[in-house]
Design a protein around this ligand. Structure first.
Ligand SMILES: Cc1cc2nc3c(=O)[nH]c(=O)nc-3n(C[C@H](O)[C@H](O)[C@H](O)COP(=O)(O)OP(=O)(O)OC[C@H]3O[C@@H](n4cnc5c(N)ncnc54)[C@H](O)[C@@H]3O)c2cc1C
Length: 495
């Protein structure tokens, strides 16, 4: 049986399987397609409906109560129900504190959202080593409860939430923005505001991604408990694990985070956005069911299915940016998260308060050009360098390949993670948390090249000369920005 047939048959047996099959087809068909918004006449002088209108009420709904509590009048337009979701998100404990400092949760409320804590996480490479790390993705947050709590806070702070409203038009001018949505009966609803927060995720008309990470999996029980790598240890998160070399040109990677006697596990691969195959998610689900026994032993039962194509931006192409004044991009629409870890939740937690404060300042000072709003969320200098690493794990380009070596990706990953591990936990963890200073990133690249000399030829096989040039430039820019104090410092040196 091929993977597509295996996936279809197995998914039908899973809870929510029929709905998942429809949704998967929709996601695959709409990948790369952007929402098109009809141009509207912007509002003239005079009173507006709100200070800020949100298009989209997914994860970045978090910003809405933050702004409303600072006194802004906020409206949210969401095509489904704002503040709903059904996956867990992993992050470290100290990073989560930003939600307490931002005033959205008390410590006790936050603790109640954490469904599991691990002593450490591990990255393990087929035919290579197992590299433990502490303080990375070691808290699992119940995403559904988190979003429900954010919605409650938004409502309590006076945010007007319009569920079932699909945004389809936008006009921006010197006096404000006008956003049009269709209500559940298809009737047009217009909201004027000083600023639009584009939180439409990857379907935003302004999103510009060049990486895609097809990701399938779910919450499984019935797997064998224990401390061997192919068992489930409730104290350990599998951050990144491979169980074979590159197959069909792709390096498949597992992640697995236990909670509540079950394992939330995903299988994914990195790909160039334009190179995603037609039925990427369904085929990957077939592989997931077929190769799961290589990853974990037991008699797995699916409690819940979770899947999607996570977008990323390599930094080797121009940044996503809105051409109109008064439009602020956030979340997947802005793609400011790491193209290596794809952690949109971590990135949101780390940045929502700074972005909220920046927006308040821009509104106060009436500085709302695209450049003003882009400057609210400067790209982390480190991230100028890590996108190319994701491309090094994507499918090699045949014209540049020469003779393929399917083991090369695992050997590269093993050298990279081995060198980070030997440099100390702070150094290792700082890369995975987007905190590494760019100069330390350069030391990491150098340390990896000492362990694996072929990395230089790998780079030429996976990236074209133009990309190598832009990567070098990005790293140099990142280092100079970091030297000016915008990159977080990570201690440790390569040995
Ligand atoms: C399977 C999977 C696992 C993941 N795991 C993790 C993880 O472990 N850790 C992590 O940090 N990140 C993870 N992510 C990524 C993370 O979920 C995203 O980065 C994050 O949700 C982006 O938030 P957002 O608000 O920008 O977009 P979204 O949360 O996607 O919200 C966009 C919202 O816009 C709405 N919308 C779209 N079009 C319209 C319209 N026309 N009108 C009105 N509303 C509209 C949508 O309905 C949606 O509610 C995962 C993603 C996937 C798919």
């Amino acid at each position: 049986m091929n993977d597509l047939a295996l996936a279809e048959g197995t998914l039908r047996e899973c809870p929510g399987g029929a709905e998942a099959l429809e949704r998967i087809e929709h996601l695959e068909r709409s990948w790369g397609r952007r929402l098109s918004l009809a141009p509207l006449r912007p509002p003239g002088p005079g009173p507006l409906d709100a200070d800020v209108v949100f298009a989209g009420g997914g994860l970045w709904l978090t910003l809405a109560p933050y702004l409303a509590r600072k006194g802004l009048k906020v409206v949210v337009l969401e095509r489904h129900r704002a503040g709903t979701g059904h996956r867990e998100w992993n992050i470290s404990g100290p990073e989560l504190q930003a939600l307490v400092h931002g005033g959205l949760f008390t410590q006790q409320e936050l603790d109640a959202l954490v469904v599991a804590r691990y002593s450490h996480g591990v990255c393990r490479w087929h035919d290579g080593g197992s590299w433990p790390v502490t303080g990375v993705l070691d808290h699992a947050v119940d995403g559904e409860a988190y979003l429900a709590a954010i919605r409650t806070r938004a409502e309590q702070a006076g945010v007007r939430i319009l569920d079932g409203h699909s945004v389809d038009g936008l006009g921006a001018g010197p006096h404000g923005v006008l956003v049009r949505a269709r209500d559940p009966r298809g009737a047009p609803v217009e909201v004027s505001a000083r600023v639009l927060v584009d939180a439409l995720g990857s379907s935003s008309p302004h999103a510009r991604v060049d990486l895609g990470c097809p990701t399938v999996g779910g919450v499984l029980d019935g797997l064998e408990p224990g401390s061997d790598p192919d068992q489930v240890d409730q104290n350990v998160g599998d951050i990144l694990v491979t169980t074979e070399h590159r197959e069909e040109g792709r390096q498949h990677i597992w992640e697995g985070f236990p909670a509540n006697d079950a394992l939330t596990t995903y299988l994914f691969y990195y790909a160039r956005a334009e190179a995603l195959p037609a039925r990427s998610l369904l085929a990957l689900y077939g592989r997931f069911f077929r190769t799961l026994p290589r990853y974990k032993k037991g008699t797995p039962r699916v409690r819940r299915l979770t899947y999607g194509i996570i977008p990323g931006w390599s930094r080797l192409r121009p940044a996503p940016s809105a051409p109109l004044a008064r439009v602020l991009l956030v979340g997947d629409a802005a793609a400011r998260h790491s193209p290596l870890t794809f952690c949109g939740f971590g990135s949101m937690v780390r940045s929502f308060a700074a972005i909220g404060d920046g927006l308040l300042r821009c509104l106060d000072e009436r500085r709302l050009t695209p450049a003003d709003l882009d400057a609210i969320q400067p790209d982390l200098p480190l991230l100028q360098g890590v996108g190319a690493l994701a491309l090094l794990m994507a499918e090699p380009r045949p014209s540049l390949l020469g003779r393929d070596d399917p083991a090369a990706t695992n050997r590269l990953l093993d050298a990279a993670f081995g060198s980070m591990h030997r440099s100390g936990n702070d150094f290792y963890a700082s890369l995975l948390r987007d905190e590494m200073a760019p100069a330390a990133f350069v030391r990491f690249l150098y340390g990896t090249s000492l362990l694996r000399k072929e990395v230089y030829t790998d780079v030429w096989k996976f990236l074209g000369p133009g990309e190598v040039g832009r990567w070098a430039l990005g790293i140099a820019r990142g280092v100079s920005q970091g030297a000016l104090g915008r990159g977080a410092e990570a201690t440790g040196s390569l040995r």
